[in-house]
Design a protein around this ligand. Structure first.
Ligand code: F6P
Length: 477
């Protein structure tokens, strides 16, 4: 039987990963993401329910509880995983929403799968949400859910949050289903974005492509409802990361990591999902050129690059993996010495403890995406540097650069500029790095993920029961 709730979180994935034990039994392990940490207390306080895909193809998973959280799985068939998840979500929308860093593909059958799966999510919500409940829908995989829900359940208060960038009108316009996507989002009362630029892009597109009246952050719909579009920059569990970083186990592990690397003078670090938006190749190239130019020496500096496996059945991701493998092999072959590779490359995912130890071990953190909604790795690094040491090299095109102004900001398309920034960060006197780090730490610790969730949910709570029907557009002057 489905549980019922006054608060329903809807995301593509459930906040747990399945672990298959050697004896054939199954258990669930909480995913390490910040979203779960942020929503956990809100979920508990409101007896909330989380609806999402469990990651496999089982069709018979019943709603279940894990550590007091009520979870409702949405099944996906292998064809749906291909069309909805790998296809429409990650080979069409993902590249379009990230500045077309890779070429998007458009397939009508992928769109059909996207509609079918979004409807399935909406129907699950209908079964679970109590009268007048608050429903918070997350991310680009589920942009049609708000409108589908609105039609099925006009009593609900619906919020939508986009975790990735919302593209400029000129790129969004390429989508054959642009109008349906905009109308899908307009089913929400509040649409949240990482940056104010994304919110402005959305409002402009709604005016241009759907023809609704808009004023500042409000859209006025023909049925009288108003929809607000605003920025809510996401963050991390900063105090949690700092506490972890301060733990003895993590400090010991950080020392071990530096020893294993041969006690270099400086450690550069990159940690990313293996994704073409992250700029991994360009950053490794910049680092290797510094060695070739004689500015850095493998006896003194090493680059640790962690690339977490991701979306491995999507072609662009496979191609990228091969490219990185080849590049790392070439750089190490050309520039490394026995026991001293220029790049220490790890294709693996690690628990939070190991990530914290890596952050503690790194002198220069390098985060150079071509486009990124926020980039939480940059904020995690800052949270772990309670000693005010460590330099952050950060792309201007990561949302985080808006808040972390004291980082060494770079344009990842400019390899020479990146080389200069890497070197400046490497050579910066301790006084300068700690001045910058102190300022960034203030920002990250003040605006954590709990503040983010609270801000969004209070925005949603302000929506009047008539969904803003009393609010009238200002008269044209
Ligand atoms: O940043 C967007 C996002 O969908 C996150 O929500 C998620 O943690 C990450 O990308 C990985 O996505 P996937 O669910 O495709 O593995």
């Amino acid at each position: 039987m489905s549980p019922s709730a006054q608060l329903v979180i809807v995301a593509n994935r459930l906040p747990v990963d399945r672990v298959d034990e050697p004896d054939g039994s199954r258990r669930w392990r909480r995913s390490p993401g910040g979203l779960v940490t942020a929503l956990d207390p809100v979920m508990r306080a409101n007896d909330g329910v989380w609806i999402g895909w469990a990651g496999g193809t089982e069709t018979d998973l019943e709603p279940f509880e894990d550590d007091g959280l009520s979870l409702v799985p949405v099944p996906l068939s292998s064809e749906e995983i291909e069309g909805f998840y790998e296809g429409m979500s990650n080979a069409t929308l993902w590249p379009i929403y990230h500045d077309v860093v890779a070429k998007p593909e458009f397939h009508r059958e992928w769109w059909d799968a996207y509609v079918t799966v979004n409807r399935r999510f909406a129907e699950k919500v209908v079964n679970v949400a109590e009268e007048g409940a608050t429903v918070w829908v997350h991310d680009y995989q589920l942009q049609l859910v708000p409108q589908m829900l609105r039609e099925l359940r006009p009593d609900l208060r619906i919020g939508f949050y986009l975790h990735i960038p919302f593209p400029p009108a000129e790129l969004f316009a390429q989508l054959p289903w642009r109008r349906q996507l905009l109308e899908g989002l307009l089913g929400a009362d509040l649409v949240g974005f990482q940056m104010s630029g994304g919110a402005a892009n959305f409002v402009r597109l709604v005016r241009q492509r759907v023809g609704h009246k808009t004023h500042r952050d409000l859209v006025y719909l023909p049925d009288g409802r108003t929809v607000r579009a605003a920025a809510f920059p996401i963050s991390i569990d900063a105090a949690g990361f700092e506490e972890l970083a301060r733990s003895e186990g993590v400090e010991e592990r950080a020392t071990e990591i530096r020893e294993a690397l041969g006690e270099p003078r400086k450690v550069f670090l990159g940690i990313d999902r293996l994704d073409y938006t992250k700029g991994i190749i360009a950053r490794l190239r910049a680092f290797s050129e510094l060695i070739q130019d004689g500015e850095l020496d493998v006896d003194e500096a090493v680059f640790v690059q962690v690339a977490t496996p991701s979306r491995e059945r999507v072609e662009q991701y496979r191609i990228l993996r091969d490219e990185i493998d080849r590049l790392v092999g070439r750089i190490n072959g050309d520039l490394g010495k026995i026991g001293q590779p220029a790049i220490s490359y790890l294709h693996s995912s690690y628990p939070r403890e190991e990530m914290a130890a890596l952050y503690r071990a790194a002198d220069v953190m390098v985060v150079t995406p071509y486009r990124d909604g926020m980039n939480l790795v940059a904020k995690e690094y800052v949270a772990c540097r309670y000693d005010d040491a460590g330099a952050l090299v950060l792309s201007e095109f990561a949302g985080a650069s808006d808040e972390l102004r004291q980082a060494w900001l770079v344009n990842p398309y400019d390899i020479n500029g990146m080389k200069t920034a890497l070197l400046d960060a490497y050579r910066a006197p301790a006084k300068e790095t700690s001045r910058r780090m102190r300022a960034m730490r203030k920002t990250v610790l003040r605006k954590d993920v709990t503040a983010w969730a609270r801000a969004f949910l209070s925005g949603l709570a302000e929506v009047p029961p008539d969904h803003g029907k009393q609010v009238k557009p200002p008269r044209a002057s």
